[in-house]
Design a protein around this ligand. Structure first.
Ligand code: F6P
Length: 544
């Protein structure tokens, strides 16, 4: 499906938004709330267990109507339907984009190249469940007859960030008598630390790589194999201590893992959208097959909402549009993701890949250059920690930083007043950012005149508030799908390919070349620029 829509700035809705921003952009949230006592209710949506309050965005009803018009003109609904139907929206790699099929129910039909992919999805899920159960029950024995007690996932990017995020997020649901570690970095310290206190005869490595050629993962997997065999002293041990998750059976067997111990997925699952494919094997071992199915159910419920809700009530659509409004019209170049839930500590890192690898693009689908900014920079930390660190800049810095607050009514652990205080803080931060504190209010507190400017808060800083009941597997699945679809909508409006990642290639190629130059005994002549040559020479000289 081609997307012959006019360039963003030539769309009628864009022009209308530009004029509208000139008119309303200067209004303060204080004024907007004062003018409309119904504002909070008017700008709150509720779906899939997510209470989404966007009333602290700098919008009026007209803004929202125009943004929705922009979504219409950009053919968001048609592109969404095309994605769910298996059309090859990943244009540059000629691939369908079907992470949604990973959570489709058994009787659903999703066709790629004429074949329904849903039965294969469920077949892999069942194999994963059988394997996870065998590990969890102790039935699966290591080479020396010991049950597996440690699971080490080796993967990077989408083959790491989803699994580690989900493991951390769902810790209360995990088997506490099993140890889970995640190794991603080529820095040997990562693998060394992850394995230093583990016993090889009780350790299973899950080698997770879509391509099974990623340098970091392959080198880590080889070293893990050596670590394992140094103790187990028998190549046959690999079959008991290594399983693979990949789309490439040939590469898996080349590595020495029996493909009977491989869990497959498909090229229509992008790496950063793969945590609910077999890449989630470690997650399933940790939380069990039933809870894993709840995770899928949460994403599926959000998929259905995204598919069926009118655009004006559609959480991912509204969220995406407000993101564009801030990005383009208020020059907000970053988004702070601020979960008030410690278990979500890896969620910002997970989103960084999902959002920035997807929409960090300057080339349009037609191969031209975009005439506008694309993805903002995502970053963040859990609250309340961030409040004692970078929130100063969010409140009084010179840049506008829209925030996504994420909070839950019920904590996993009831501990005295902790949760009330946590939630008081997240609500307070959104209030402080929106309304600030005027010089008069500061003066009225008895502040001397010279100190008033320093203690004044301009406010008018926009935020989203996502309030959920509890951080369950279902809730996590719904949040993940919410952001996935938000990224999709923005990519459609920007007219870019959100599903390729050519921008990671050059560094990989150069590193391949430089590693040869670092390791070569022959000291080859270097033909890089002067700085690169000097760095290579320095390293070689110092390492001897
Ligand atoms: O280099 C980027 C990338 O290709 C990501 O898109 C991907 O998630 C990651 O590397 C890991 O790739 P693989 O799963 O094939 O090892």
């Amino acid at each position: 499906m081609t997307n012959a829509i006019p360039p963003l700035k030539q769309r009628a809705a864009w022009k209308a938004l530009t004029a509208h921003h000139a008119e309303v952009g200067g209004r303060h949230l204080r004024q907007l709330f004062a003018e409309d006592p119904q504002r909070a209710g008017r700008f709150t949506l509720e779906a899939v267990g997510i209470h989404y309050d966007f009333s602290k965005q700098r919008i009026t009803q007209e803004t929202l109507a125009m943004l929705l018009q922009l979504a219409d003109e950009s053919r968001v609904a048609a592109r969404r339907d095309a994605m769910f139907a298996g059309e090859k929206l990943n244009l540059t790699e000629k691939r369908a984009v079907l992470h949604t099929a990973l959570r489709a129910p058994k009787d659903a039909k999703v066709t790629v190249d004429g074949a329904n992919v849903v039965p294969a999805v469920h077949e892999v899920l069942e194999r994963m469940a059988a394997f996870a159960d065998r590990i969890r029950s102790g039935e699966w024995k290591g080479h020396t007859g010991m049950p597996i007690r440690n699971i080490v996932n080796i993967g990077i990017g989408g083959s790491d960030l989803g699994p580690v995020m989900a493991y951390e997020a769902l810790r209360p649901y995990t088997r506490r008598d099993l140890t889970f570690r995640f190794v991603s970095n080529i820095d040997g310290n990562d693998l060394a630390e992850a394995t230093r206190d583990l016993s090889p005869d009780e350790t299973l490595f899950v080698i997770a790589s879509k391509t099974f050629t990623t340098m970091e993962t392959m080198v880590n997997a080889q070293s893990a194999r050596a670590w394992s065999l140094a103790s187990l002293k028998d190549d046959a041990a690999v079959a008991k201590h290594f399983v693979a998750v990949s789309t490439h059976a040939a590469e898996v067997s080349k590595f020495g893992i029996d493909t009977a111990n491989m869990f497959g997925f498909w090229d229509w699952v992008g790496g950063r959208y793969s945590m609910e494919s077999a890449i989630g094997l470690s997650t399933m071992i940790a939380i069990g097959p039933d809870a894993f199915r709840d995770l899928l159910a949460g994403s599926y419920a959000m998929d259905e909402h995204f598919l069926q809700a009118p655009l004006a009530q559609n959480l991912p659509v509204v969220m995406a549009l407000l993101g564009l409004w801030n990005n383009h019209f208020f020059d907000a170049h970053t988004v702070a993701v601020l979960p008030y839930e410690n278990y979500l500590k890896r969620f910002p890192a997970y989103l960084q890949q999902m959002v920035m690898e997807s929409n960090g693009k300057y080339v349009t689908l037609e191969g031209g250059r975009v005439s506008h900014h694309t993805s903002p920079i995502y970053w963040g930390e859990p609250g309340t920690n961030g409040q004692h660190s970078f929130y100063q800049l969010i409140h009084q810095g010179t840049r506008l930083i829209p925030a996504d607050f994420i909070a839950f009514v019920k904590p996993a652990h009831e501990l005295g007043r902790h949760h009330d205080i946590l939630i008081a803080n997240v609500i307070a931060q959104a209030e402080a950012l929106a309304f600030g504190k005027t010089p008069d209010e500061v003066r009225a507190e008895g502040t001397p005149d010279w100190l008033v400017p320093h203690r004044t808060f301009e406010g008018n800083r926009p935020s989203n508030m996502f309030f959920l009941e509890a951080l369950t597997p279902f809730a996590l699945g719904s949040l993940v799908a919410l952001y996935e679809h938000c990224v999709f909508v923005q990519g459609v409006i920007w007219n870019i390919d959100s599903f390729d990642q050519w921008g990671v290639e050059l560094g990989k190629q150069l590193a391949q070349r430089i590693v040869g130059e670092l390791e070569s005994k022959a000291a080859p002549a270097l033909t890089h620029d002067g700085s690169t040559n000097a760095l290579i020479e320095r390293y070689r000289a110092r390492r001897g």
